[in-house]
Design a protein around this ligand. Structure first.
Ligand code: KIV
Length: 276
């Protein structure tokens, strides 16, 4: 069994190799992603949209995150599991962040957490890192602020906006983040920030120059059908496959094809005779 990947391993990968990251929200998918050799599994608050049926990530609670983090950590023995801090679980300050991250760490079993935001969450980041909790930053499009942003829109399209995001990323690096997610920014900006930082950048719609890539597994597998962001590449069409399998099951039950002898238990014939 390969050794478990740690936050320092990820930090040291910058410039050495590309880093892979995918989300997972439950035991079976965590096990598959882990066995495929993905470096980091993010239990994202995208849970809310991909699995729980919310319109966005805003309603996701700490209890929901802890529940899903513990399922994922039971399924992953190699990847570094990162737990997402849901909306309003850290904004009030360092103590708030410590209490929330402590739950993901102790009850959920994750070995790193992720916070959305720039320089305004640097104090929280610093407190977590000082307490021994590795932190992944997240700048560019920050979906927890979708109400203020006005939708899931590309960020940092002008040079001035790119410089502001770089300053945010630098503040997070200074506060102790071991990696930083760049979401929905132009590829040129992904390069600009990747070259300027000492810590790895993980892109999701951040272009090819980032040090690594992350996607939501339900997008990758074609399981999330409400909408598909431009940066998503679908590697499977599982919703169609599942629909076909379920329809076939329904038809076979209704027509009496299932269950057949192969899927039924037999009884000793002498015992069976005693039933009549
Ligand atoms: O919640 C999530 O899955 C994320 C990724 C989109 C990076 O934050």
């Amino acid at each position: 069994m390969a050794k478990r990947i740690t936050a320092p391993d990820i930090r040291a990968s910058k410039g050495q190799r590309k880093i892979t990251m995918l989300t997972a929200y439950d035991y079976p998918f965590a096990k598959i992603v882990d066995e495929a050799g993905i470096d980091m599994i993010l239990v994202g608050d995208s849970l809310g949209m991909a699995v729980l049926g919310y319109d966005d990530t805003i309603p996701v609670t700490m209890d929901e995150m802890v529940h899903h983090c513990s399922a994922v950590t039971r399924g992953a023995s190699h990847a570094l599991v990162v737990g997402d801090m849901p909306f309003l679980s850290y904004e009030a300050g360092p103590e708030h962040a410590l209490a929330s991250a402590g739950r993901l760490f102790k009850e959920g079993g994750v070995r790193a957490v992720k916070l959305e935001g720039g320089r305004e969450v640097a104090p929280q980041t610093k407190a977590l890192v000082q307490a021994g909790i590795p932190v992944v930053g997240h700048v560019g499009l920050t979906p927890q602020r979708v109400a203020g942003i006005g939708g899931f829109k590309v960020q940092g399209k002008t040079a001035d906006a790119a410089r502001i995001i770089l300053e945010d990323a630098k503040a997070l690096q200074e506060a102790g983040c071991f990696a930083i997610i760049l979401e929905a920014v132009p590829a040129a900006m992904g390069r600009y920030i990747t070259e300027a930082l000492e810590i790895p950048t993980i892109g999701i719609g951040g272009g090819a120059y980032c040090d690594g890539q992350v996607l939501v597994i339900h997008d990758v597998l074609g399981l999330f059908e409400r909408f598909t962001p431009k940066f998503v590449k679908k590697y499977a069409n599982m919703a169609a496959d599942v629909r076909e399998a379920v329809t076939q099951y329904k038809n076979e039950v209704e027509s009496g094809v299932f269950p057949d002898a192969e899927h039924s238990f037999s009884m000793d014939p002498d015992e069976e005779k005693k039933l009549s």
